[in-house]
Design a protein around this ligand. Structure first.
Ligand code: NAD
Ligand code: UGA
Length: 458
């Protein structure tokens, strides 16, 4: 079959694969290929056991794979054969050299740029989908224009705003799609081509276009604003605990103001995930680079409050359990950084579990999707850690439950049954404020929510 367009996604990760799957599902007359340098990942995308868990994704893959969606390890060949290339490779925080711990590590991204140049025999549109520092498109253009011959490359910025756990619905029905381009005839023509793809399923008023630097920067700023809301509410949760206010009531009252809005005001053990911290630190680095230390400090404090919130949580566990955790069994309910994903990157549960182990607690970790990742995150730990998927089995014989992930499943557990199986006095530390605290207290637990008065019998 002749396809109308040939589209390539480079990087078959949490962003690359689902976003290409959605294009394939919505545009059956386009051929969409996803490549990755990691052959195991590609093999998994071609198997029955997908490497990424996202509600609804498996069904879409089943519908499109082999029809107009293909996963391949042959990066060079696919670059040659495709006209529109989405670059979706990882851009983690740099761990070495200048800017270590702050700046984005662009090595994967630059390798891809060079590979595109080496293998292209015709003009291409190259779309930045990875989250990148402002002005990266310029570097991309410089690399791509260093080749000889008359083929041209138009670089667009099309940052992705989907969240994990809701990737399919976010991609299907996004708040907006942002496309930045150069305002040259070539740049504008490339922009139109990309708009045409999204216009297949997204209403025109939600497809916004801008200059390329604004698009790159908007992505970092959107993540910084979202994370800032979480840190703002978490900072106030600390005050609530001192002053007998209830953070849920405060968030509700504040969020009712339509200028503020109700979303992203859930207090908890802080934000995790592969992007918030990395993107804010990248923003901070850029501000320092451009000589704006006050702006850098302002945004850096969002990350500091996130760390403070996790330290506060541990201190509370330790203090409430009579200042010793040695030999006590703690059941960690949830290890993913949020519900509906198996992803544990930067999950607060990693840091908190390590601190519990440092206090010589025995930890039992339960999670419906993230146990394999949890085991690999903690592979270097010498303390006693067990991984038990069934939450009832995990909690039995424990002194305390620590809720780390807002899985719906944890709201509906039979806490009476769990209480009976635990060592008394039994404790609940609800790091996500998802349980019915009064009910758990009535059963017999000592309950410690975030930003609300604790319910204890001491
Ligand atoms: P990921 O690590 O899950 O996936 C990246 C993939 O790229 C990996 O499979 C890796 O093997 C592959 N790769 C690296 N170099 C390659 C190369 N030269 N050729 C082919 N493949 C290569 O990362 P992710 O979570 O999908 O994030 C990718 C980008 O998207 C990042 O910039 C991130 O900030 C951004 N982003 C992520 C999310 C999210 O929810 N995870 C949301 C929006 C934006
Ligand atoms: C986030 C953004 O929401 C996406 O728009 C963006 O595309 C993505 O980062 C990215 O660039 O990677 P994600 O990290 O997948 O998505 O998930 P979020 O729903 O934003 O949650 C992030 C963290 O904040 C989670 O640990 C969550 O538990 C925490 N959170 C969120 C709170 O503690 N309180 C809230 O009210 C909301």
């Amino acid at each position: 079959m002749e396809f109308k367009k040939n589209i390539l996604g480079i990087g078959a990760g949490y962003v690359g694969a689902p976003s290409m799957v959605m294009i394939a599902a919505k545009c059956p007359d386009y051929k969409v290929t996803v490549v990755d340098i990691n052959p195991q990942r590609i093999a998994a995308w071609n198997s029955e056991e997908l490497p990424v868990y996202e509600p609804g994704l498996e069904e879409l893959v089943r519908q499109t794979r082999g029809r107009n969606l293909f996963f391949s390890s042959d990066v060079d060949k696919e670059i040659r054969e495709n006209d529109i290339i989405f670059v979706c490779v990882n851009t983690p925080t740099k761990t070495f050299g200048a800017g270590a711990g702050m700046a984005a590590d662009l090595q994967y991204w630059e390798k891809t740029a060079r590979q595109i140049l080496e293998n292209s025999q015709s003009s291409k549109i190259v779309v930045e989908k990875s989250t990148l520092p402002i002005k990266t498109a310029q570097a991309m253009e410089r690399i791509l224009s260093s080749g000889k011959g008359d083929i041209t490359f138009d670089v667009l910025s099309n940052p992705e705003f989907m969240a994990e756990g809701t990737a399919v619905s976010d991609l299907e029905n996004p708040d907006r799609v942002l496309i930045g381009s150069r305002e040259t005839p070539g740049g504008l023509a490339a922009r139109r081509q990309l708009v045409d793809i999204y216009a297949r399923w997204i209403p025109p008023e939600k497809i916004i276009t801008s200059n390329i630097w604004s698009a790159e920067l908007s992505k970092l700023v959107a993540n910084a604003f979202l994370a800032q809301r979480v840190s703002s509410i978490n900072s106030i949760s600390a005050l609530c605990e001192k002053a007998d206010a209830d953070i849920s009531e405060v968030a509700y009252a504040v969020g009712m103001d339509s200028r503020i809005g109700a979303k992203f005001l859930k207090a908890g053990i802080g934000f995790g995930g592969s992007c918030f911290k990395k993107d804010i630190l990248n923003l901070v680095y850029l501000c320092r680079f451009y000589g704006l230390p006050e702006v850098a400090d302002y945004w850096e404090s969002v990350v500091r409050i996130n760390e403070y919130q996790q330290d506060r949580f541990i201190a509370n566990v330790l203090q409430s359990m009579f200042n010793t955790l040695a030999g006590k069994k703690i059941c960690v309910l949830g290890f993913a950084f949020k519900a509906d994903t198996g992803d544990t990157r930067e999950s607060p549960a990693i840091y908190i579990t390590r601190k519990l182990l440092a206090e010589h607690a025995d930890v039992v970790i339960s999670d419906p999707k993230a146990l394999a990742n949890a085991a690999s995150d903690l592979a270097d730990e010498k303390g006693t850690v067990r991984y038990v998927e069934d939450p009832y089995e995990a909690a039995a014989g424990c002194h305390a439950l620590a809720v780390m992930t807002d899985w719906e499943l944890y709201r509906r557990l039979d806490y009476r049954k769990i209480y009976k199986s635990m060592v008394k006095p039994a404790f609940i530390f609800d790091g996500r404020n998802i349980l019915d605290h009064r009910h758990c207290f009535d059963i017999g637990f000592n309950v410690f929510p975030i930003g609300k008065p604790s319910l204890t019998r001491f």
